[in-house]
Design a protein around this ligand. Structure first.
Ligand code: AMP
Length: 170
């Protein structure tokens, strides 16, 4: 079988010194690689009655809509501040240095809906934890999270209130 992991390229010291950036664009550009990644990200959640897939801006959108389609679910974006046009709920969270924030439309989820949260990379887990927090604040239930790559050394999954499925550990 093809080793698709070689289509994820490590870019040292980008965007800042000390960060090894996971460049997934070669994987996305490969028809077989994209299918492999999407299939492995959603397979554990088949039959789990997922109502909505929440994708985190921006690479969570790429996988999220494909996963939503495959699971027969709807797609909901979680965006950087100021991007969504109507009333939003906001969650501020800490980064390694500084803070960031995510927003979701207040009416994006219906109380009790079962939600799968999607992103490309889990690093410190702050982004995924913030997205799960927004889901809970809107009264829905995050039943799981799925990522392509987990940076295992950072223990990011510890910060996330639901189990995180990862296709690759790096
Ligand atoms: P964190 O909140 O620390 O888990 O960071 C996760 C978010 O930052 C995800 O949306 C990723 O797209 C991005 N990210 C963090 N670290 C990396 C990395 N080494 N390579 C690519 N993306 C990253």
């Amino acid at each position: 079988m093809t080793d698709f992991t070689r289509l994820v390229r490590d870019v040292p010291d980008w965007p800042t010194p000390g960060i090894v950036y996971k460049d997934i664009t070669p994987l996305l550009a490969s028809p077989e690689g994209l299918a492999w990644a999407v299939d492995r990200m959603y397979e554990p959640f088949v039959g789990q009655h997922v109502d909505r897939v929440v994708g985190i801006e921006s690479r969570g959108f790429i996988f999220g809509s494909a996963i939503a389609r495959a699971l027969g679910a709807g797609f909901v974006p979680v965006r950087k501040p100021g991007k969504l046009p109507r009333a939003t709920r906001r969650c501020d969270y800490r980064l390694e240095y500084g803070t960031d924030a995510l927003e979701m439309h207040v009416d994006a989820l219906v109380e009790g809906e079962r939600v799968l949260v999607v992103d490309d990379v889990l690093a410190t887990g702050g982004t995924m934890a913030a997205a799960c927090g927004l889901v809970a604040e809107l009264g829905a239930e995050a039943i799981g999270a799925t990522v392509l790559i987990r940076l295992a050394a950072l223990d990011g999954a510890e910060r996330v209130p639901v189990a995180v499925h990862a296709v690759l550990d790096a």
